[in-house]
Design a protein around this ligand. Structure first.
Ligand code: FES
Ligand code: FE
Length: 454
């Protein structure tokens, strides 16, 4: 039961004191509305083009809780199709990825082309008397499918703005922070696991550098990233993953995109320069000096080391080796997917080292996410109680501290100590999405990024 369905969703997010009501983290009716007003409307990350390079390649993923097939049709065009036969609704694709000439429904045998068109119906002549209009019974296509620098997104809502407009400068920067590193490709095999938490708490955590020293204290003590004789990363050189807690940079974008975390300070830059041929530094940080990368990142992005989130649920890990989807599976369950990214020009040894480090950082076998998952599970449980729900959660750290600024008309950012600006911005945007009845209302009414020119 939705406690307060009759009030605007903005009433759950309290700007005056930086608090958020707990009800939004486990209520079924809130969750159902999120499926409709956020996931069925937003641009959702599907896959990287390197995962479906050839005609007939496909990758199965989700928009909200709905299974969709991302594929490349006979013309080489990207397609995203609802994985549900139009006859009785059966899934027409069961494999997580692969290559197909068409999608054959295993129930009665309707067959759909790579573009979703219905191309085969058993008994079409004898039982349907050729009166079934196949043109009308193809798979349901996404409203729009577009890609930005190889990252494929789809929206089910044809009224959505084009992808680049949706991403805006902050969303684009988030993707540039991976795309500009080199010839990036996604490694085969997506790591998937479920955690008993609300999807928003898993998103919220990616901006959270406050928890690192506590939640991950034991992981840091083990020196977990240093297997296989790897040298320490910049993060490991400079402390428990946080660098200087007083030198953080947050970027806030329209529709809820944000980037938050440590900033590359002049001291850190000098340390990176002095690292010489350290392969990790070469792999992880030198790319920033390439002219194309410099141009893409701009003045505000050049020093960003924090994690971007493309609203609603795509986390781009700031080390550039991993992407994560926080896929909702009910109000209190989230499926976490991890994609590992490498430069295709790496030597085999470098590639293995990069995959090894990724596998041992985030994901079900990583040292960090197990710590996090336990906390998110407990946080979610404590949003059920009738008493607990009377008391909101606090997102006010450093609220009001750190002025928004912009360099030469670039994206808005705030330089401050560790803070919760990224998290709270995301919840404000969440309320915008939930209160808006359609894209026209969302475009008109959403909270604008501070300093955005009128
Ligand atoms: Fe697909 Fe009948 S459900 S052919
Ligand atoms: Fe963590």
């Amino acid at each position: 039961m939705l406690q307060g369905a009759n009030k605007p969703f903005h009433d759950y997010v309290h700007v005056s004191d930086g608090t958020v009501d707990r009800v939004i983290f486990s209520d079924q009716a809130v969750y159902d509305m999120e499926m409709e007003r956020i996931f069925a409307r937003a641009w959702n990350f599907m896959c990287h083009e390197s995962q479906i390079p050839k005609v007939g390649d496909f990758f199965l993923t989700f928009i909200g809780e709905e299974s969709v097939i991302a594929t490349r049709d006979k013309k080489g065009e990207l397609q995203v199709l609802l994985n549900s036969c139009r006859h009785r609704g059966n899934a027409v694709c069961r494999a997580e990825s692969g290559n197909a000439r068409s999608f054959l429904c295993t129930y009665h045998g309707w067959t759909f082309g790579l573009d979703g068109k219905l191309i085969g119906v058993p008994g079409y002549k004898d039982f349907y008397h050729e009166q079934l209009n196949k043109e009308e019974w193809g798979l349901i296509p996404a409203g729009k499918v577009q890609s930005y620098k190889g990252f494929v997104f789809a929206t089910m809502d044809p009224e959505a703005p084009d992808l680049e407009d949706y991403l805006g400068p902050v969303g684009r920067l988030g993707l540039d922070l991976v795309a500009e590193r080199g010839d990036e490709v996604v490694v085969e095999g997506i790591q998937k696991s479920q955690i008993g938490c609300n999807w928003k708490l898993a998103v919220d955590n990616l901006f959270d550098w406050y928890h690192v020293g506590i939640s991950h204290a034991s992981a840091m003590m083990t020196g977990f990233g240093r297997g296989r004789n790897l040298p320490p990363t910049i993060a490991e050189r400079t402390g428990p993953g946080t660098s200087d807690p007083h030198a953080h940079r947050v970027l806030l974008g329209d529709y809820g995109h944000a980037i938050g975390g440590p900033r590359i300070t002049p001291e850190l830059r000098a340390m990176m320069a002095a690292a010489g041929d350290d392969p990790d530094v070469t792999l992880d940080e030198r790319w920033r000096d390439k002219p194309a990368a410099k141009a893409a990142l701009g003045a505000a992005g050049a020093d960003v080391r924090g994690h971007p989130n493309i609203f609603p649920n795509l986390w781009i890990a700031s080390n550039g080796t991993q992407l994560s989807l926080r896929l909702p599976k009910g109000p209190t369950t989230t499926e976490i997917w991890w994609f590992t990214i490498v430069d295709k020009n790496l030597t085999e040894e470098q590639r293995r080292a990069r995959v090894f480090r990724a596998n041992h950082t985030f994901g079900p076998a990583g040292m960090l996410e197990q710590d996090d998952g336990e906390n998110w599970d407990q946080s979610t449980r404590q949003t059920h109680g009738v008493v607990a729900r009377r008391f909101p959660l606090h997102f006010g750290m450093n609220l009001g501290h750190g002025a928004p600024q912009s360099i030469d008309g670039g994206p808005t950012f705030i330089d401050a100590a560790i803070n919760e600006h990224g998290q709270f911005w995301t919840y404000r945007a969440w309320a915008d999405w939930m209160d808006a009845e359609n894209w026209a209302a969302l475009k008109r009414d959403h909270v604008r990024t501070p300093l955005t020119p009128a």
